[in-house]
Design a protein around this ligand. Structure first.
Ligand code: COA
Ligand code: AMP
Length: 633
């Protein structure tokens, strides 16, 4: 095995032979005749002409290799006190039946299927079943409200919607059916069928003709085998927050994704077939797609599907219990989960009751990891704690520590070094490349590595304008960063209006759209401010229309409820305050970044274009009075 530096250099200097070699690690039906090409939109495509099936790679192939009796999926649900395990052979059987169900309701290759389901095995069956018949799934996170679901339905234009009747948030039961019904009432596009998986604690009402019962369909379904798809055929669409009210439909294709999953499991996470991998996330996010479902199964690992929280299900020892019980070798979660555990069990006393010696590495991503949390978890677990950086768009790590190649030293505060296939540059506003330790926009040489998004679903124009136009030849990541002289990259946060709340990526523009719709509001700004537990939380600043006579408390409560109803509880929008004025440039642009810096107590250069300097002092006073922001609380 070569050193990290050699391996990385090869991937950048000779990407085509490098990714040709990596592609040999998966069993294709037809090896791609072309490794890198351009499509009709002049966008890079990997492995054109290759033929494969992602569900075959994740299931059938392992059975052929003698892993049929190994546990593929272990479902552990402290919220419902249920545990179920599926070997590769059993999982295949379930997936074949769901593929048969989908065929029976008319789903064909290329059709889209929305999956609005909680963290249950049926969700995994559904994703793999879509992949099996070449349908394109779009999983929508259960914490999103009806409007968000409707937006995704209209964009993806699904033939069928698969849903669970609900989920459990610790004790709170979340019924999905009213949300689906409301979303379908709001959406312009209509699905032909809704298939409902009933959970006994939250029965869903059924609309005759449109809604079908999952179990009933399953009884009459025939096991369905895989179809051959092209490497460049879409595997899934996953919507993620952008800088406007409309989320971006990240489109990922089959070939590049399969190679990236195999490559990252092996060379990044350093985990072998037969070992146990656990990503404590949700299948509604990219981490769940890549590292609960596809990555571990393509690598022949056992994956854990955990329906619970780091705390209160039942206590902050639950993670350690799962690691011991399933002998987890590699664990991945977001720093916020450890901050939550630390808050309830500061000395990590509950950890002492469990044997976590199976654990080799602890990976963290989804948000910046503060050094204090990093040190706390390192002391507790006594294994390498590895921060790594990536996005829904990449689908797999871009910055980190390639433990499967060579464990590198780490620098606290840095997400690590570049991962094979990704070459980073830091730019200033004018597009000038900056030197070591200079902070700017984090750009990545285009084309990105296999597995990264091929395009936005049906929106090439937005793909180009959002990612490729600001710095020609580079992909705009949306994050700020600096790189030190050793190549370690330090992420400094988003440069746009995307925020990160408890590892969940959200758009302040979407929340602003909702707040602005309140009849009392003249204008508003929603900013993400630093929060000890969740990393960031959104706060609304609103200017009310002249003549409005509404108590501040009442208005705040109404706005909070509106965001909860329209965006979802996951937005964690819990504060909205009335301001006399918002700081703006002379051309009328709200200075959200300046507002955020004031709340976070960070120094900044007052923009020369500011319309009225005194508004900044007013804002400082308001934050102080209302105890908004770490600088004032
Ligand atoms: N369905 C419905 N509601 C959901 C939901 C889901 N799938 N997920 C979250 N919510 C709700 C929560 O119940 C909460 O509602 P509340 O305002 O009524 O309390 C709200 O959305 C905010 O959720 P969250 O930000 O998760 O906060 P929390 O206080 O419930 O939990 C943590 C805090 C840190 C324990 C939790 O965020 C966590 O475990 N994070 C791990 C990070 C993670 O999985 N990141 C994914 C990328 S790696
Ligand atoms: P998502 O697309 O939901 O995975 O969110 C991606 C965004 O989360 C990135 O653009 C970053 O802003 C942030 N992020 C992810 N991982 C890290 C990390 N390790 N350090 C800092 N920020 C991160």
């Amino acid at each position: 095995m070569s050193s990290y530096q050699d391996f990385y250099r090869k991937s950048i200097e000779s990407p085509i032979p490098f990714w040709e070699e990596q592609a040999k690690a998966i069993p294709w039906f037809q090896f791609p005749p072309k490794i890198l090409s351009q499509d009709e939109h002049e966008l890079a495509r990997w492995y054109q002409g290759g033929k494969l099936n992602t569900s075959y790679l994740a299931l059938d192939y392992h059975i052929e290799q003698g892993r049929g009796d190994q546990v593929a999926l272990a479902y552990d649900s402290p919220v419902t006190q249920t545990k179920r395990q599926f070997t590769y052979r059993e999982l295949l059987k379930e997936v074949e039946l769901v593929a048969g169900m989908l065929s029976n309701v008319g789903v064909e290759k290329g059709d889209r299927v929305i999956i609005y389901m909680p963290m249950i095995p049926e969700t995994v069956f559904a994703m793999l079943a879509c992949a099996r018949i070449g349908a394109v799934h779009s999983v929508v996170f259960g914490g999103f409200a009806a409007r968000e679901l409707a937006i995704r339905i209209d964009d993806a234009q699904p033939k069928v919607l698969l849903m669970g009747s609900g989920g459990k948030e610790i004790e709170r039961i979340v019924a999905y059916k009213p949300i689906v019904d409301a979303a379908l009432a709001e959406a312009a596009h209509q699905v032909e069928q809704v298939v409902v998986f009933q959970r006994d604690f939250v029965p869903a009402s059924m609309e005759v003709g449109r809604d079908l019962d999952w179990e009933e369909l399953r009884k009459t379904a025939h096991p369905t085998s895989y179809v051959e798809v092209d490497a460049t055929d879409p595997l899934y669409i996953l919507y993620t927050s952008g800088t406007t009210g409309k989320p971006k439909g990240v489109m990922r294709d089959n070939g590049g994704h399969a190679v990236a999953m195999k490559f990252s499991m092996e060379h990044f996470y350093g985990i072998a077939p037969g070992e146990v991998y656990w990503a404590a996330s949700d299948v509604g996010w990219v981490v769940g797609h890549s590292y609960i479902v596809y990555g571990p199964l393509i690598q022949g690992c056992t994956t854990i599907l955990f329906e619970g929280k780091p705390i209160k299900t039942p206590d902050p020892g639950t993670f350690w219990r799962v690691i011991e019980e399933y002998k987890v070798n590699v664990f991945f979660t977001a720093p916020t989960a450890f901050r939550a555990i630390r808050k309830e069990d500061p000395e990590g006393k509950l950890k002492q009751a469990y044997d976590t010696s199976s654990l080799r590495y602890q990976f963290l991503a989804g948000e910046r990891c503060d050094v204090s949390t990093l040190n706390w978890i390192r002391n507790l677990l006594q294994v390498p704690i590895i921060d790594h950086w990536w996005q829904t768009e990449s689908g797999w790590p871009m910055i980190g520590n390639m433990t499967g190649v060579e464990l590198q030293p780490t620098k606290p505060g840095s997400a690590g070094q570049a991962v094979c296939g990704y070459s980073f540059s830091i730019f200033n506003e004018e597009g000038l490349e900056l030197g070591p330790n200079e902070e700017g926009y984090l750009g990545i040489k285009y084309p990105l590595a296999p597995g990264a998004l091929a395009n936005l679903w049906q929106d090439t124009t937005r793909f180009k304008s959002a990612y490729l136009e600001k710095f020609p030849g580079y992909y705009l990541s949306g994050d700020g960063a600096y790189k030190d002289e050793d190549g370690f990259i330090f992420i400094t946060g988003r440069t746009d209006d995307v925020i990160n709340v408890a590892g969940h990526r959200l758009s302040t523009a979407e929340m602003e759209e909702v707040v602005a719709a309140h009849p009392a509001i003249a204008e508003c700004a929603v900013i993400g401010i630093a929060d000890e537990l969740k990393g960031q939380v959104p706060v609304g600043f609103v200017v009310v229309k002249a003549g409005v006579d509404l108590a501040a408390d009442t208005l705040e409560a109404e706005l909070i409820q509106m965001v909860r109803d329209k965006v979802g509880a996951v937005a964690s929008f819990k504060r909205a305050t009335i301001a006399q004025k918002l700081p703006k440039t002379r051309s009328g642009k709200i200075l959200r970044k300046v507002m955020r810096y004031i709340a976070d107590g960070k120094s900044f250069n007052t923009p020369s274009t500011i319309e009225d300097l005194s508004v900044l002092d007013q804002l400082r006073e308001l934050m102080k009075k209302q105890r908004i922001g770490q600088a004032f609380s």
